[in-house]
Design a protein around this ligand. Structure first.
Ligand code: OAD
Length: 248
């Protein structure tokens, strides 16, 4: 992984001057906590599956047991994982700027566990469960051998409360994210491949409205050509370094 980066003085000045900073995170921010990203090769038990082919309503209809078990595995990973220095630096960054809106595509809750407030979750929460047919939120169900279990209210299959490909994002979260992107003066895109819309459109909206775009990612993405500053390195290293420069 490429870790060559330097923090430009001009970026530090922009951050000092910013009134509203928006941060959009993707799976890369949790990679250093041991939660695998979606578009990098999986290892072990699940190496033969493409996550993009498991995270759809069609996949669930076809093979609910497989999809439930894949999420159960991810849920277990997430519950063992701890926030990393990247998550923690974002908590501190919020204290440095007059307003910070943290938007995440991640369903792992690690920003919240690190201490970030008012996190805008675009893709749901892997720790929550709902039913497939009616979206009934379900926190408990009777012990059963069935995989997946069924909804105690309507009998349909239970599924994780995450947004799958082809499904709508939670409207309130999306509205908050769009208006923050349209009104911020600096937008940080961190650890996202910027391939999944509408989340991937947010940085471009910010640029159209005149914001400075900063990307933190060891790899280039479709956003890179629009970025005013690109920091090529892992979020858990780059964000603490950025914070240190701000505090200097
Ligand atoms: P991806 O897996 O598509 O992309 C992860 C990005 O993180 C890549 O660009 C990597 O280069 C970068 N990356 C890896 N390690 C990193 C590190 N240590 N620090 C910083 N960046 C790092 O994940 P997302 O962009 O989050 O949606 O994917 C978007 C959505 O697609 C997900 O929310 C999920 C997925 O399917 C749904 O499930 C609806």
């Amino acid at each position: 992984m490429k870790t060559q980066f330097e923090i430009p003085g001009a970026l530090v000045e922009k951050l000092h001057a910013a009134k509203h900073v928006v941060v959009l995170t993707g799976a890369g921010v949790s990679a250093e906590s041991g939660v695998p990203t979606f578009r990098e090769a999986q290892t072990g038990l699940w190496a033969q599956y493409d996550p993009q082919e498991l995270a759809t309503p069609q996949a669930f209809r076809r093979n609910p047991q497989l999809v439930w078990e894949w999420y159960a595995w991810r849920r277990e990973l997430v519950s063992q994982a701890q926030p990393n220095p990247g998550h923690l630096a974002l908590v501190e960054l919020a204290k440095f700027v007059p307003q910070l809106t943290l938007i995440t595509q991640n369903v792992d809750g690690l920003h919240q566990r690190a201490g970030s407030q008012n996190v805008v979750c675009l893709h749901g929460n892997i720790m929550e469960t709902k039913c497939f047919d009616h979206d009934h939120p379900i926190s408990h169900w009777p012990p059963t051998e069935a995989v997946p279990p069924t909804c105690p209210t309507c009998g349909s299959l239970l599924r994780p409360n995450v947004v799958w490909f082809g499904e709508s994002l939670p409207m309130m979260a999306l509205n908050t994210a769009v208006s923050a992107a349209d009104s911020c003066d600096l937008f940080l895109a961190i650890g996202t491949s910027a391939l999944v819309h509408p989340a991937a459109s947010l940085p471009l909206r910010a640029v159209e409205h005149g914001a400075t775009l900063v990307e933190i990612n060891p790899q280039a993405t479709p956003l890179t050509r629009w970025a005013d500053f690109t920091l090529n390195g892992p979020a858990g290293v780059v964000l603490p370094a950025l914070l240190k420069r701000l505090q200097a």
